[in-house]
Ligand binder design. Structure first.
Ligand code: PEP
Length: 265
């Protein structure tokens, strides 16, 4: 099955309202609606509406960086999946390593699974982030960490909903560090994830699920990192804050896809 290239920008806690508008407008004017790529921007939640307005009429999708695990009620400071839909979001990132390890250290796989099921139920597409720490990689635990995070994170998900999920393989040691996985390390992890998805769902569903790579993707390494047959796109942090860099990453992905028939539509 052909999987459409998917490049998402995670702006994290950066930019002002004015800068969000400028960046989103520039990208909206640069990414062709007929390009065979899906592009999403994930600004800070307070700027979702601002970016939604700047993207009006463009094919670029809007995503949030996190969501709460309840639909409504007395949860001060939190944002529900329904609110994200209401404001025009198509995507939400769940289980980002900065959330798992630093911001919400009590965000375990069970909580991630609650968020994911509720988000899907509200009509959002989910980018589920998984990845091992450096220590875990050095202890040869990468596969078992990915297995646990996938199995628990996707618990109770129906195969019919699988197509609304994107997995972002983000080795924790590569996020914001300038270090990246090699092409082989990325492909190996992605192939493992796809094989596990086939066991959790079925091979057809697994073949349709996009697996992004994330971790210091830049214009200079994007072509290399996106070269593996199971690498279907990228979740980009720092380099998504500059329109030129983000566009170069998108173009590197498109170039790879056009050279590898069958990996993109
Ligand atoms: C991310 O935030 O998901 C990420 C991969 O960040 P960076 O590209 O900056 O490493």
């Amino acid at each position: 099955m052909a999987r459409k290239l998917f490049i998402a920008g995670n702006w994290k806690m950066n930019l002002s309202a004015e800068q969000c508008t400028a960046l989103a407008s520039e990208l909206a004017g640069s990414v062709g609606s007929d390009w065979p790529v899906e592009v999403a921007l994930c600004p800070p939640c307070v700027y979702l509406s601002v970016v939604r307005a700047a993207l009006d009429g463009s094919a670029i999708r809007l995503g949030a960086q996190n969501v709460y695990c309840e639909s409504n009620g007395a949860f001060t400071g939190q944002i529900s999946p329904g609110m994200l839909v209401d404001i025009g979001c198509d995507y939400v990132i769940i289980g980002h390593s900065e959330t798992r390890h630093t911001i919400e250290p009590d965000e375990d796989d069970a909580l991630i699974n609650r968020k994911l099921l509720l988000a899907l139920d509200a009509g959002l597409n989910v980018i589920l982030c998984i990845g091992e720490t450096l220590d875990q990689r050095e202890q040869a635990q990468t596969d078992s960490v990915l297995d646990t995070q996938l199995t628990a994170g996707l618990a109770n998900l129906q195969p019919a909903s699988a197509e609304t999920i994107t997995i972002a393989y983000e080795p924790v040691w590569a996020i914001g560090t300038g270090q990246t996985a090699t092409t082989d390390q990325a492909q190996q992890a992605h192939a493992f994830v796809r094989a596990r998805l086939a066991e959790l769902f079925d091979p057809v569903a697994a073949n349709g699920i996009r697996i992004q790579y994330g971790g210091s993707v830049k214009p200079t390494n994007a072509a290399e990192l996106l070269a593996g047959p199971d690498v279907d796109g990228a979740l980009v942090g720092g380099a998504s804050l500059k329109a030129d860099d983000f566009l170069e990453i998108i173009k590197a992905g498109l170039q790879n896809a056009s050279q590898t028939s069958g990996t993109a539509v």
